[in-house]
Ligand binder design. Sequence first.
Ligand SMILES: [Zn+2]
Length: 266
Amino acid sequence: MTDSILAGTSLAGRAAGSLNYKQPMDRSHIEKISKALADGTRLKIFEAISASKCISCGEIVSMRGVTPATVSHHLKILNEAGLIACRREGQFVYSQAVPETIEAYTHALTRISTGKRTSRRRVLSHVIKCALATVCSQFLPFVVRASIFSQSTVPKASPNNSARPQLALTLDDPRLSLGLALKWPEANNRILKAISERDIRAALFVCGMPVDEADGIKLLSAWDQGGHLICNHSYSHKFYGEQTSYADFAADFLKNEKVIAPYRNR
Ligand SMILES: [Zn+2]
């Protein structure tokens, strides 16, 4: 009985040993665990093992009233699924549960049951956290906005990535005066460094007035040379609507074209 359980498995249990909780569980492993738990007797055995810190085959046999051969068969399947780890001590084989496997399995099922939105949300929050943490949490005059576009709206999507969520990172309103101890060149460098290290190409939405001077050219040139898009966000950040007529808004918008005209990636 004992040899068949341990055949091909290390003491700690193959799946448990290689289980990395940060990595999503692959589908074949999810199926394996689902099958392992889909048998009534096996589920009861797993329950008994989980309830005890460490349990021998003999104890399981006496508890469940099943034959040693049946217990051996079920332990082998639970072990191969990474749900338990088996260890030999002399004549006896002891089993114990691997809670990390159930934890990873539960996460995997949650991801499946909530669909793609979960992973998109995770990617999105990761990008925002990276951007904010790396740059400077105090530095908020640049508004970081990340939005998810459907695949059809994203140009140059690599065919290899076609099934993956697509993200667009945009930043608004660069300015020279931050009202902080941090000066714009330092802030600008930190943002550019953070996104270029992650190989991200961003779009900078430039409102002209706060950067319409010699230093503004330096600021925008750094983005342009970094390969980021320079976009028109109007000259004076007017809000089209009740207070601004279309004619005023359009004139203000066109005025900003001159500010961003010198840049390659506009
Ligand atoms: Zn804005």
